[in-house]
Design a protein around this ligand. Structure first.
Ligand SMILES: [Zn+2]
Length: 101
């Protein structure tokens, strides 16, 4: 495999798109507008941030409302890159809640 070069294969080491800055703020706002402010991780209202349903580290889309759910900052941070558990896992497996239809 010494002939591997640019364009032949996707680079597995390519960094995932960065989440932050103005673009992320805009998507947080859109997520809260779209889904309301009930935290998808704990089920309580008052979410002020957006969490990636499929973590970025696992290839989840970074800027796609279908992969974002409202979340409290604290819930978001405590989840980290772990798969969701509890009520959120049902949503994660089904995705119906986040259907845009
Ligand atoms: Zn929460």
């Amino acid at each position: 495999m010494s002939d591997r070069g640019p364009g032949l294969l996707a680079d597995p080491a390519a960094p995932t798109e960065r989440w932050g800055g103005r673009k992320a703020q805009q998507y947080v706002r859109l997520t809260l507008e779209q889904y309301g402010s009930v935290c998808w991780l704990c089920g309580l209202p008052g979410a002020t941030s957006a969490d990636h349903i499929i973590p970025r580290s696992q290839g989840g889309a970074v800027y796609d409302l279908r992969n974002l759910g409202p979340a409290h900052k604290r819930c978001n941070e405590s989840r980290g890159n772990r798969a969701a558990s509890g009520p959120a896992a049902i949503i994660e497996n089904g995705m119906q809640f986040f259907s845009l239809a």
